[in-house]
Design a protein around this ligand. Sequence first.
Ligand code: NAD
Ligand code: WQD
Length: 338
Amino acid sequence: MKVLVTGGMGYIGSHTCVELLERGMDVVIVDNLCNSKAQARERVAAITGKSPLFYQLDVRDVEALAAVFRIHTFDCVIHFAGLKAVGESVEKPLLYYDNNLNATINLCRVMDRFGCRNIIFSSSATVYSPDNQLPLTEQSRVGDCSNPYGWTKYMGEQILRSMAQADPRWSVVLLRYFNPVGAHESGDIGEDPRGIPNNLMPYISQVAIGRRERLSVFGDDYPTPDGTGVRDYIHVVDLARGHVAAIDYLMSHKGTEAFNLGTGVGYSVLDMVKAFETANHIEIPYQIAPRRAGDLPEVYADPSKSAEILGWTAQHTLEDMCRDSFRWQSKNPQGYDG
Ligand code: NAD
Ligand code: WQD
């Protein structure tokens, strides 16, 4: 099985490459390194003993991408490449629509040209409308996204669906990730955000090693048990294994199918702080701050469709997520730069 992994140098992509390589698959990565570092490839090679091929290119560059397809015959593509910072997408919407949508459109054009029509797309729980009942199932309403990033995922899904409807040779799996956290248990690959982290777990990890003074908890007056926001955190290695399970499905089905990748369990911000403190025997100073614009009180998945159809369920505990995040951050205080 030869797999093209777009965005494979990034956080989720690098962990997925490890799982693919460990199962004996051939992996080719394309990434423009706009939000990742070349060292990720060396780390993946050190973990697995196998070095994935890497081409530095922008997925929007049709000719550069076509050159890779001329060299390799792929069985399928996992499409991670995209920009993902919610706040930045509000400030620079065209950057997000251009990058995320044109990358997807160009990738599909090139795949079609070379006769590879099997694609797994990195989607997000953010495609679900805010007014759904919980837990979110794949049948829950999508749309009414609160930021341009979310719309790019919504539109990306729609583009792929339309394409598979028009041409029955296509096989499309849409994976809707909830909140990926944690790192490979080696502590050698992990999330390496640029600047001040937007997401909770990287922020907590940076407080833990003294890179940030204290965590701001965005709101303690939500209608949740302790008043802080509740999310479905999932260990990135479980998420990566969800892609392996999705490949089996992809290769034996046509058309489009969406799957939630979450645990089905919600934890609050303060649950996360306490779990991190307990798992790592360290104190996380925090202060209560105002709510963050666009945040929902509670988001968690119903992952039963993935369990039934893909045969996949998340295995790692909250303690694993906290321990592995801290191990990665402690071994790499400045991320891949040291
Ligand atoms: P990441 O930024 O670590 O990885 C994305 C990779 O894509 C980076 O290495 C980046 O350099 C590359 N890239 C971006 N645009 C590109 C382009 N035009 N051409 C080539 N390479 C390009 O992000 P991640 O957390 O690993 O996320 C992977 C995918 O999963 C993204 O599509 C993201 O939107 C989606 N997703 C992430 C989360 C999350 O919380 N991390 C949740 C839901 C969905
Ligand atoms: C989690 C909780 C915050 C930081 C985002 C994207 C979503 C998806 C996953 C890509 C919330 C609180 C956070 C902090 C805090 N990404 N928080 N202090 O917002 O659920 O999801 O990442 O698809 O699209 O929106 O994740 O980690 O930012 O926040 O109190 O410094 O932690 O308010 O309740 P979110 P998050």
